[in-house]
Design a protein around this ligand. Structure first.
Ligand SMILES: [Zn+2]
Ligand SMILES: [Zn+2]
Ligand SMILES: [Zn+2]
Ligand SMILES: [Zn+2]
Ligand SMILES: [Zn+2]
Ligand SMILES: [Zn+2]
Length: 235
């Protein structure tokens, strides 16, 4: 779907007419057209059209297997698959209005940044490895789950990090990226990323967690807006 030229750091992406160049994101920081989150570091961009994609979003393959949905292969869609609006991401629960990784058979949809959250990590807060949990591991009526880092409520129906032997874990965004060591990535990294070197890949993980944080904030803002609506409809 895309062809990358490592020599001059450009790529042809199916979503855009012109070649995209790997550049430091300009000011003001542009939105990524794949996920609608800010591009804060390097990104693939067409300056002429002010069209930008995160490296992760630009290099997501057309089809891929993801550990959260082992039964079927996910396909990259460039527009939300539903005619009448956004898709709900099955990873974070926040609406998506642009690219999505999808299993059509199950109506299973993921944001690109969510699909790239590392599957297994080590974190300075805990001696054992933590695994990203995709399905509620507790009984369905479990209440009062909380995050061991921020001590706030944890929705166990969304993805979160967990050490199963200690029942220690919490919000993805609470496991701060500086202290994170990725043991197993979420997405299979495209092989050309090797040429960026380990430091770059580490940076990308930080970017991903920053994106994740942006998504959560967007979700909270929506929840507040929705609450406002339901309150005003009561009046
Ligand atoms: Zn993006
Ligand atoms: Zn262009
Ligand atoms: Zn998501
Ligand atoms: Zn499926
Ligand atoms: Zn937390
Ligand atoms: Zn443990």
């Amino acid at each position: 779907m895309e062809s990358i030229n490592n020599e001059d750091k450009t790529m042809i992406h199916i979503s855009h007419l012109h070649p995209l160049k790997l550049i430091e994101s300009p000011e003001p920081k542009p939105m990524c057209h794949a996920c609608n989150m800010l591009c804060s570091n390097q990104s693939y961009g067409c300056i002429q059209c002010y069209y930008f994609l995160h490296i992760t979003c630009a290099t997501t393959k057309r089809t891929m297997d993801h550990p959260s949905h082992p039964a079927h292969t996910l396909k990259l869609e460039l527009t939300p698959p539903y005619h009448n609006g956004p898709y709900g991401c099955d990873g974070c629960g926040v609406d998506g209005t642009s690219f999505c990784l999808r299993c059509g058979e199950c109506s299973y949809d993921l944001h690109l940044p969510c699909a790239a959250i590392p599957h297994q990590v080590k974190h300075s807060s805990h001696p054992h490895q933590l695994t990203l949990v995709y399905e509620n591991p507790y009984s369905p009526d479990t209440e009062g789950a909380f995050c061991n880092l921020c001590m706030k409520d944890l929705d166990v129906n969304k993805w979160f990090y967990l050490c199963t032997s200690c029942d220690f874990g919490g919000h993805v965004e609470c496991f701060s990226p500086e202290k994170l060591e990725v043991l197993s990535p979420g997405l299979q990294e495209p092989h050309h990323m090797e040429s960026y070197g380990a430091a770059q890949v580490g940076n990308q993980t930080n970017n991903l967690l920053e994106l994740q944080l942006q998504l959560r904030r967007a979700g909270q803002a929506n929840a507040i807006i929705n609450a406002g609506h339901s309150l005003s409809s009561l009046a």
